[in-house]
Design a protein around this ligand. Structure first.
Ligand code: URA
Length: 216
């Protein structure tokens, strides 16, 4: 059977709550940042459920030996925040995965052509092929930025099946593009919105995630 992109929208009241706070135009930047941190936390919690590798072992409780599972320390874990706005989800993700390495990548969108261009790439020449990658990207709109980042990762040995994306608001154009280019991908999002306006913004969306996070 052909692979298909999977997009999960967890029906969690905390995700719904913090999404509502983030969407509200009256939310000030300081509270918007808190909402994004919380969304980063809860979307990461959901996204790593069947992704984080564990090892079976045994511990001795004060009373008896007991089977136990630990997170496998030998599998490299990586978080990739896509600058700028992806930084807003990083703290929440990093709180749950404190041993993950963070590899930054920065892209900026041309407001007229809507094309993304890369201005920063801290990726190594090659990743270990076992590496699990969690990408933080709050807005999946046209799909230009995320497909560029996926290409940079796969060129360096990352298997798309090992990647999870957490995103706050997604839109059909980005999901369609990802489905064609990387059908094995899995996304955890707070919402799938209707579409984009003529400036490439998600509608209803939450506005410019970078500007609202950094108060610019
Ligand atoms: N980037 C944003 O910050 N917001 C959008 O709606 C689309 C892309």
């Amino acid at each position: 059977m052909a692979l298909q992109l999977r997009v999960y929208v967890p029906p969690h009241p905390l995700i719904k709550h913090w999404l509502a706070v983030a969407r509200d135009e009256a939310t000030p930047s300081v509270l918007f940042r808190s909402a994004m941190t919380e969304l980063g936390r809860w979307l990461t919690y959901e996204a790593i459920r069947e992704w984080l590798p564990t090892v079976d072992t045994q511990v001795n409780t004060p009373l008896a030996p007991c089977p136990a599972n630990f997170i496998n320390p030998e599998v490299p874990l990586v978080i990739v925040p896509i600058l700028r706005a992806g930084l807003s989800l990083l703290e929440g993700a990093q709180n749950l995965l404190p041993l993950a390495s963070i590899y930054h990548i920065g892209l900026v969108r041309n407001e007229e052509t809507l094309e993304a261009s890369m201005y920063l790439n801290k990726f190594p020449a090659q990743f270990d092929s076992q590496t699990r990658v969690l990408i933080t990207e709050p807005m999946l709109a046209t799909g230009g930025t995320i497909t560029t980042v996926m290409a940079e990762l796969t060129q360096r040995g990352i298997d798309p099946a090992m990647v999870r994306i957490i995103s706050v608001v997604t839109a059909p154009p980005a999901l369609q593009k990802l489905n064609v280019a990387y059908p094995g991908l899995v996304i955890y999002a707070a919402a799938i919105d209707e579409g984009l306006n003529e400036r490439g913004y998600i509608v209803p969306g939450l506005g410019d995630a970078g500007d609202r996070t950094f108060g610019t």
